[in-house]
Design a protein around this ligand. Structure first.
Ligand code: ZN
Ligand code: ZN
Length: 286
């Protein structure tokens, strides 16, 4: 018996208990699977418990063929119930809603399977199989539950690592002196930032170790261990240039650049030591 369970990324990060209900076939409690109201099951009088009867057909004068057929009184069961159970109607099983609870461990992967042994359909005639629950990561829904939405909505997972996209203004990227507090999936804060004068180039990717997903080991015990290992958090920086500058500001900046260019012969392009970046054109798209 298989089921799919969709969970948000937060649940894979923090781990959680899950409780749900399944519809399954269960052995009737009232008659303990006998099908009989008084527990009495008799041997079928017609087939003497064989479940089958032999019928003889004469296929030619004096020649008989023997055919084994299901007993029409008990239908292969070999037993007859005089007073069928009122709950299951003599079927020995009932359909019921059964609560299931289990644990999603921290760091479990997309597609992990939780196996609940012998929780599939029951029958007095066989050992119940396993219920297998496959975990899937639910796409975060933007705009829903705005109030309780955290930064977690925007983390993306790839195996043991997490990815985050941070947007910087040109002032921040160029001049430094900025900080951001990212609220992680369990609510702890990851602070990122640069000191004054520290430049962040567009599309730079910064790796922060130990801030990715907890690393799940098969057979891990339920308790959160203080020695949990984590993957990395990768932060990609996007730098946004203003579409339009206030005209006063534009004049000031332009004049300032001109002043420095004339005074020191500064060539910003040349001084940067970088080739003419074709990406510059891409900035228009942002
Ligand atoms: Zn019979
Ligand atoms: Zn019953």
């Amino acid at each position: 018996m298989e089921l799919r369970l969709d969970l948000p990324l937060q649940d894979f990060y923090n781990g959680r208990e899950i409780d749900f209900k399944i519809q399954k076939q269960q052995i009737c409690d009232a008659c303990e699977g006998s099908g009989s109201i008084d527990g009495k099951v008799d041997v079928c009088s017609q087939c003497q418990g064989h479940g089958a009867v032999i019928q003889k057909h004469m296929i030619a004068p004096g020649i008989f063929q023997q055919v084994q057929m299901a007993c029409d009184k008990c239908g292969w069961k070999g037993k007859s119930i005089r007073h069928p159970c009122k709950v299951c109607g003599g079927n020995r099983v009932v359909r019921a809603e059964v609560p299931i609870s289990g644990t999603v461990e921290r760091g479990m992967g997309q597609g992990s399977k939780l196996v609940f042994e012998n929780e599939a359909d029951e029958s007095p005639d066989w050992v119940a199989g396993n219920l297998v629950v496959t975990l899937r990561e639910k796409e975060p829904i933007l705009g829903e539950h705005e109030a309780q939405r955290t930064d977690g909505t925007f983390f993306r997972r790839k195996g043991k690592d997490l990815f985050w996209r941070e947007v910087l203004s040109i002032r921040e990227a160029w001049m430094g002196e900025w900080t951001r507090n990212l609220t992680h999936l369990d609510g702890h804060i990851v602070q990122i930032g640069r000191k004054r004068g520290e430049v962040v180039q567009p599309f730079t990717v910064e790796r922060i170790p130990e801030q990715g997903m907890p690393i799940y080991h098969e057979g891990h015990i339920h308790e959160q261990s203080p020695h949990d290992e984590f993957g990395s958090l990768y932060i990609e920086y996007i730098v946004v240039l203003p579409d339009q500058m206030e005209s006063g500001m534009e004049k000031d900046f332009f004049a300032l650049f001109e002043k420095w260019r004339k005074k020191n012969g500064v060539d910003l392009q040349e001084d940067s030591g970088r080739p003419v970046p074709p990406e510059v054109e891409q900035h228009d798209e942002l």
